[in-house]
Design a protein around this ligand. Structure first.
Ligand SMILES: NC(=O)c1ccc[n+]([C@@H]2O[C@H](COP(=O)([O-])OP(=O)(O)OC[C@H]3O[C@@H](n4cnc5c(N)ncnc54)[C@H](OP(=O)(O)O)[C@@H]3O)[C@@H](O)[C@H]2O)c1
Length: 303
């Protein structure tokens, strides 16, 4: 089995790395904050002193960090993956980053003889733990084919979508739906409260499989909104704001108008400007509650 280097052990990386270990892949791990690596080290992963060292000890390196700047730092920085490149090394960047940055990193990797895939994922930590992620992959097709068995340990749908940068493009477009759907779920719960309807009734009635209003956004975020349970985040406000901003930049580039995505991004900006970027993006409900002068659920204000 290929030796895997795993860089970035946050909410998603932690679970994805655990899954690869459980499948028997030998793992070297690095995270900026070492503490987060402890559970994996306890389970038998090797600690690498840097991303560079992890690359040196691996056949395939997976990076799963926050955004474009973070991916560039851990891959292209002085102690990054490319500094530890060796012949035959493959790089898979799974962060949801800007397509232009992903393409640029792939070019820099190619110059070092490293083939790169952009392979961002859909689905949260629970889905990742069950190996049911959606994975959209850009990069050289032969590299995709070589890495497909590994990616299938993490995802139940692994789609090749084109050259470098295409995986991250698909991710931004797909996640736009989630960003808007969370906002729509929050709006319906606040309206229910104002109209004298128990918001739980809305969660229940929209949970029926196959009906039009049914959405994963309500199923996963509705209960959090009711409980004001925003930490630890399922998907942070900062990250959702980043993804909608990426989708809006893409729309700007192609001259496409995205009115509801723009509105959803503004609500996330409001949560961020209250100093709450690190809590779950379902906290947009608190801004709506303030706007409507109401509260939903049983624990208002317990952020
Ligand atoms: N959470 C989800 O449900 C979900 C679902 C699909 C896709 N995604 C995407 O997956 C990626 C990771 O998300 P996440 O939820 O796992 O985020 P997270 O919990 O915030 O973890 C972020 C990771 O990036 C590292 N990092 C950030 N900036 C860095 C830098 N400059 N240098 C080195 N490391 C850095 C963090 O290190 P520290 O531990 O030191 O802070 C941490 O390991 C994001 O692009 C996100 O949009 C997330």
């Amino acid at each position: 089995m290929e030796r895997i280097g795993f860089i970035g052990l946050g909410t998603m990386g932690q679970v994805m790395a655990q899954r690869l270990m459980a499948a028997g892949y030998p793992l070297s791990v690095w995270n900026r904050t070492r503490d987060k690596a402890e559970p994996l080290i306890q389970a038998g992963a090797k600690w690498a002193a840097s991303a560079r060292e992890a690359a040196n000890a691996s056949d395939i390196v997976i990076t799963m960090v926050t955004d474009s700047a973070a991916s560039e730092a851990v891959i292209c920085g002085p102690d990054g993956v490319l500094a530890g490149a060796h012949p035959g090394l493959t790089l898979i960047d799974s962060g949801s980053i800007e397509p232009e940055m992903s393409y640029s990193i792939a070019e820099r990797a190619k110059a070092k003889g490293v083939a790169m895939l952009d392979a961002p994922v859909s689905g949260g930590p629970k889905v990742a733990a069950e190996g049911r992620l959606g994975i959209m992959v850009g990069g050289p097709q032969e590299t995709f084919q070589a890495c497909e068995p590994l990616l299938k340990q993490l995802g139940s749908m692994v789609l090749y979508v084109g050259g470098n940068g295409k995986g991250t493009t698909v991710k931004l477009i797909a996640n736009l739906i989630m960003g808007v759907a969370i906002q729509a779920a929050a709006e319906s719960l606040v309206l229910a409260a104002k109209a004298g309807i128990d918001p739980q009734v809305i969660i229940d009635i929209t949970s029926l499989p196959g009906t039009g209003p049914q959405t994963g956004a309500m199923a996963t975020r509705g209960p959090r909104m009711m409980q004001h349970n925003f930490y630890p985040p399922h998907f942070s406000t900062d990250n959702m704001h980043k993804d909608l901003s990426g989708a809006l930049r893409l729309a700007e580039k192609f001259g496409v108008s995205l009115p509801t995505a723009s509105a959803a991004r503004e609500m996330l900006r409001a949560v961020k400007s209250q100093g709450n970027g690190r809590i779950d993006s379902s906290a947009v409900v608190t801004v709506l509650e303030a706007m409507a002068n109401t509260t939903i659920g049983s624990q208002p204000g317990s952020v």
